[in-house]
Design a protein around this ligand. Structure first.
Ligand code: DMJ
Length: 656
């Protein structure tokens, strides 16, 4: 069913639109008097009529004064009630305030008039000074994040260069991802974005000289992890270093980048993808096997025979872009075939189980969640649509992805959203036993990708203001953006509630049916101590990016400065508790105690994602604009097909 776009004009009725407001009886009479012949003939009025008018005016003045105080009293008792994610606003206790409010309604609020250019008064100067201070503050914050990135890189370079990850306490490297130097490739585009040319050179040189032998010699890798971190990192490096002339000028770099010829990144990407392709071609169904032996070019399923739903559905941005660059459709074809197949499978209100069998091609088990093994299925539905809409894959239409996404988000709102007690945090729970089982109030930190995804889906990467002006947002989009902001707050409070200011890996939420005593985050000044339950086994922090990723997207889209402050607090907590003096940052074992015990591991996504998103959060929104670039699930930006974005705007204009 087509949904008519609503415009910013339609939305004004939610606020203070005089056009649709009822007038009170008193107002009808006074307006009639003032606009009738009495007024027109006022020159010939008698003294009696003049006095009567003055009395009416005085009465009106007193009434407005009372009404204003009544309105603020009334607004204090507005309650927000959530029923399965739908927000209803109920105003209690009408009394005198409400009667007065009805008696005389305030005139519509008009936007303040801006002073003509060049005639700025004191207020404008103050605003300008504030703006300058804000820009300076942002630059200072960005520098701090870039310093943190350099500290992380230096630790890695000194003790683990060429390994997948750094163990910062043991001061050595470890190959947990198959041995392709994952930290190097994952970090490269972050260094490019931060303009750290020496690091770009070091990483670029390693990719040019050392990566080929690793690709030839190394054994088993996971298809998904290698695609999102290594293939994604190489493709993004190619794009940002100017490989694709069409987009080079667009991404907002201020620095001329060093490093190898961009073609090297594309060559490495194609070599890697050619080896990974066997995961698709050796499977009897469109669902790829989860593991690949690179040197043998062979693939096999995971030990239990199953692939994760999120893993098989989060390869398409990368493989499709490689097809576009190389001119060889085989990569995009194989990856898009997975989504085309998923489209045909039965779902529960758009929600899907977290496992799928490459042998049968069907989902396996009942477990439904947006945390581990489910997360990026929902993320890629909308991101692949954003990337390819208008161009289509091989000329075909990808609107089915947007439909799958919309249905899934409805399912999320119907089945997975609840509010905690006593303070009402909006959270996303799970259905471990599927559609007929009960709701379980557990939320992985991983789920904090959702606010960003919801916001992107709502505005297509434009600011909210622009999307409303263009008439692009449906009522559902507006609801989804509101939901994004509510969940964003919950994700932030998962940090704020702990002693360290860092979130646990998993939180449970206090509901009518679920409570566990004595498992609190430890920050006595948090008002959400009783809402958020943190089990002992869930108290670790892996330096994950999802919350700062969503802060970045929500700040770009809503332009609300509170997201900058939340991001800054989180960054400072990382600095205080995870920084290792000798170089690098460490995951933690327990975020609820001081000092937090450390885990001796710096995940590649801390450099690839967490620090990148923080840097971009504090920076200029012209760098990597969200309507021109889509970030893969490992934060590697890839260009959006221009034609797609343009078509979207054109068709919306025609519809409205
Ligand atoms: C990253 O590898 C990706 O963001 C993935 O989608 C989920 N897990 C990690 C980060 O937490």
């Amino acid at each position: 069913m087509a949904v008519l776009p609503i415009t910013s004009h339609d939305l004004q009725s939610d606020y203070d639109n005089a056009k649709f407001r009822r007038r009170s009886l008193f107002k009808v009479i006074t307006q009639a008097v003032l606009t009738s012949n009495v007024r027109r003939n006022c020159g010939s009025c008698g003294v009696g009529k003049l006095l009567a008018l003055l009395m009416i005016a005085g009465l009106a003045f007193l009434t407005v004064a009372h009404t204003n105080s009544g309105i603020s009293a009334a607004s204090e008792i507005v309650q927000h009630i959530n029923v399965r994610g739908e927000e209803k606003v109920i105003t209690e206790g009408h009394g005198n305030a409400e009667l007065l409010k009805r008696f005389w309604r305030k005139p519509p609020r008009l936007p303040p008039k801006l002073p003509p250019r060049g005639k700025a008064g004191n207020n404008s100067l103050a605003a300008e000074a504030h703006n300058q201070q804000h820009i300076l503050g942002s630059a200072v914050r960005q520098n701090k994040v870039a310093e943190a990135f350099r500290h992380a890189w230096t630790g890695y370079k000194n003790y683990a260069m060429g390994s997948d990850e750094l163990m910062p306490l043991s001061k050595r490297g470890v190959d947990g991802l198959g041995g392709l130097g994952a930290t190097i490739v994952d970090s490269l585009d972050t260094a490019m974005i931060m303009g750290l040319n020496d690091i770009v050179q070091e990483a670029g040189y390693w990719i040019e000289k050392k990566l080929p032998e690793r690709l030839n010699e190394k054994g088993q890798v996971n298809l998904f992890e290698t695609t999102i971190r290594v293939l994604g990192g190489l493709l993004s490096a190619y794009c940002l270093s100017g490989g694709e002339n069409e987009t080079t000028g667009d991404w907002g770099s201020r620095t001329k980048l060093d490093g190898p010829n961009p073609a090297i990144y594309l060559e490495r990407a194609q070599d890697l993808a050619d080896r990974l392709m066997v995961a698709f071609t050796s499977s009897p169904t469109p669902i790829p096997y989860s593991d690949v032996i690179l040197r043998e070019r062979s693939a096999h399923p995971a030990p239990d025979g199953l692939s994760s739903t999120s893993e098989v559905s989060s390869l398409q941005l990368e493989f499709w872009y490689l097809s576009k660059l190389s001119g060889n459709p085989k990569y995009g074809d194989a990856a898009m075939h997975v989504l085309e197949h998923l489209k045909t499978l039965p779902k529960f209100e758009g929600l899907v189980p977290i496992y799928i069998s490459p042998h049968s091609g069907h989902f396996s088990g009942q477990n439904i969640r947006l945390g581990s093994r489910g997360d990026s299925y929902y993320e890629y539905l909308v991101k692949v649509w954003l990337q390819q809409r208008g161009t289509g894959h091989g000329g075909s239409d990808v609107s089915y992805l947007r439909e799958m996404y919309d249905e899934a988000i409805k399912g999320v709102k119907n089945r997975l959203i609840q509010k905690s007690i006593p303070k009402g945090l909006v959270f996303v729970g799970e259905l471990p036993s599927g559609k007929d089982g009960s709701f379980y109030p557990k939320m992985d930190h991983l789920v904090c990708f959702l606010p960003g995804t919801l916001a992107l889906g709502a505005t297509r990467g434009l600011t909210k203001q622009r999307a409303m002006e263009e008439g692009l947002m449906t009522i559902e989009d507006i609801e989804n953006l509101k939901l994004a902001e509510d969940i964003m707050k919950t994700c932030y409070e998962m940090y704020s509630v702990t002693t360290t200011g860092l979130a646990p890996e998993i939180a449970h939420f206090h509901t009518q049916k679920f409570y566990e005593d004595g498992l609190q985050g430890g920050n006595k000044s948090s008002e959400f101590l009783d809402d958020i339950i943190i089990r002992y086994a869930d108290r670790h922090n892996l330096l994950r990016p999802e919350t700062v990723e969503s802060l970045f997207v929500l700040h770009r889209i809503t332009q609300d400065p509170k997201y900058l402050e939340w991001g800054w607090q989180i960054f400072q907590a990382f600095e205080s508790h995870t920084k290792v003096d000798s170089g690098g940052y460490s995951s933690l074992n327990d975020v609820t105690v001081l000092p937090p015990p450390r885990r001796d591991k710096m995940e590649t996504f801390f450099l690839g994602e967490t620090l990148k998103y923080l840097y971009l959060l504090f920076g200029d929104s012209n760098v990597l604009p969200l309507d021109k670039f889509v970030f893969n699930t490992e934060a590697h930006p890839l260009p959006i097909s221009r034609k797609g974005a343009e078509n979207d705007l054109t068709s919306q204009t025609q519809a409205s």
